[in-house]
Design a protein around this ligand. Structure first.
Ligand code: SF4
Length: 519
């Protein structure tokens, strides 16, 4: 095969569809029993070595290349079967990656600031080494090319690229230029690190031709809210028209996929018209779900902003109704909480709070979570530890906010009250790319530790109570004790570390003085 597209195994595993198990990829395997990885690392099936359902980014590149290359020249291969396709005429083996060196925001927190190798790093580097060794053994001269959302990590550590035998790294969105780039690589005239020019327009982004993993399809690219710490912020917001989205839903449906995962940076920004106050285009978002849900049984967004949700709870209500959401069936969404501090959020992501004001941020988070839960939406928040400019009080307030949301929601909503908060390590990206990485090993303070500890303590509570409400498959139910065990182990380690360093985690924290407004 002339061109082989693949991904490392952390992007082709299903982790038995266990809630939260995706985080295992970010952990260092030498701290977790290897048997656990063996048991839950179930891979997407292949058909004669070809991925049946592939990571979405590979499907996009495949579709873009097929504008020029012939179908028989390209394969999207399962990483475990890659050698089967490497032949004399192979010119490029291209690998997409999310976290090649374990420098991602979750990974950095689990790996003592990158000192321990994460599962993502181990899997990526072993795949590249396997390809390179095979190339040498067979005396072939194809090029190893790496791209995808984690490519920046290799750009930051170029020496790793050399060591692994990677010939080219592609940085940026590629669909509008991929043919030109691949031709240059084949001719030997491409740069080692290739920076793409600008972004593809919606018309230049092709529709996928073959099915994507988990029914993932994109509905927009870029964001437009302008948070300084975020990479999608620096890309222009572009919206897919409904017909284009439906074509991709149909590709997946025909392959037997009964659910759709609608990818965006902020679903409440889909087709937004009010670019001053960011009030969602409610009808456009609802119509999107209506049309998708005529074709699949379940559709949920990947990401969204709490302020958009609180500004337009009609979206939450309608989408829940369309999905038949209930106490056993929730609409999941990942939401950026970042910090509880109004002052800090104003400095680094003022538009994130709109149409509300920055000084209302903790109130927006409490009431937004109430709105989510009222309509059976389950927000998985992410916070950032070590943001430039943060104070010790900001960190303590983030811990207090977690406690406040939990207590106030339970009072109001009882068993309908559910959310998790996953703390991430600050990684310099977007407009803050010149700042330093947060180093969990060197820069942990009492406030930061409280933030991390209360976030994970609440996750354990949810695993013991909230996830119990959900109808898990038999396999997931069997494995959830393992997840509880892992979380208890993590909390114990934090407690031990705090005690050793003279930090007090047991001191009761005051809840914040904010109220739920019923609407
Ligand atoms: S709202 Fe989210 S995706 Fe948009 S710029 Fe801010 S952090 Fe990035």
């Amino acid at each position: 095969m002339e061109i082989i597209l693949t991904a490392d195994e952390t992007l082709t595993t299903t982790y038995r569809d266990l809630p939260l198990a995706d985080f295992l990829g970010c952990a260092p395997p030498n701290r977790i029993p290897p048997i656990l990885y063996k048991i839950i690392d179930t891979q997407v099936p292949d058909k004669n070595g070809r991925l049946t359902f592939a990571p979405y980014s590979l499907r996009k590149i495949e579709a873009a290349l097929l504008r020029e290359y012939k179908k028989d020249d390209i394969v999207v291969a399962h990483p475990r079967h890659i050698k089967k396709f490497i032949k004399e005429n192979t010119t490029i083996v291209a690998v997409t990656t999310m976290d090649p060196l374990g420098l991602g925001p979750v990974t950095m927190l689990f790996t003592d600031g990158g000192r321990l190798p994460s599962y993502t790093k181990i899997k990526f580097t072993s795949l590249i080494k396997k390809i390179d060794q095979y190339r040498q053994a067979k005396k072939l001269d194809f090029k190893i090319v790496v791209g995808g959302p984690g490519a920046w990590q290799l750009e930051a550590k170029e020496d790793e690229m050399e060591k692994l035998g990677i010939d080219h790294l592609i940085i940026g969105e590629t669909e509008h230029q991929i043919i030109e780039i691949f031709k240059e690589i084949e001719e030997g005239s491409a740069e080692k690190i290739i920076y793409t020019r600008g972004w593809p327009s919606i018309d230049e982004i092709p529709t996928i031709i073959n099915p994507s993993y988990k029914g993932m399809i994109e509905v927009m690219r870029g964001c437009g809210r302008g948070c300084k710490f975020c990479d999608p912020n620096i890309r222009k917001a572009r919206f897919y028209p409904l017909e284009k989205i439906i074509r991709e839903v149909e590709v997946n449906r025909k392959a037997g996929q009964t659910s759709a995962w609608l990818h965006s940076e902020d679903i409440f920004n889909y087709m937004i018209e009010d670019k001053r106050r960011y009030h969602p285009n409610e009808d456009a978002v609802i119509n999107l779900f209506e049309e998708v849900l005529k074709r699949v049984d379940y559709a949920n967004p990947t990401h969204g902003n709490v302020s958009g949700a609180l500004a337009a709870p009609r979206i939450l209500e309608k989408v829940a109704e369309l999905n038949n959401a209930n106490i056993h069936k929730w609409v999941g969404i990942q939401v950026g909480l970042e910090t509880a501090s109004p002052i800090l959020i104003e400095k680094i992501g003022n538009n994130k709070v709109k149409p509300f004001d920055a000084n209302e941020w903790p109130w927006v988070l409490l009431n937004g979570t109430y709105a989510f839960n009222k309509y059976f939406w389950f927000p998985a928040y992410t916070t950032i530890v070590g943001l430039p400019g943060e104070t010790e009080d900001d960190e303590i307030d983030t811990a207090r906010l977690i406690i406040t949301i939990r207590e106030k929601l339970r009072e109001e909503l009882g068993e309908k009250a559910h959310f998790i908060v996953v703390p991430l390590s600050f990684v310099p990206m977007g407009l803050l790319r010149d700042e330093e990485f947060f180093d969990v090993e060197e820069q942990l303070t009492q406030g930061r530790l409280l933030h991390i500890y209360h976030a994970w303590r609440h996750i354990l509570w949810e695993v013991e109570h909230g996830f119990k409400l959900m109808k898990l498959g038999i396999v997931s139910s069997l494995f959830s004790p393992l997840i509880k065990l892992g979380l208890r182990f993590l909390l114990k380690s934090i407690e031990k570390w705090a005690a050793k360093n003279g930090l007090n985690l047991k001191k009761p924290l005051e809840p914040m003085d904010i109220k739920i407004e019923k609407f």
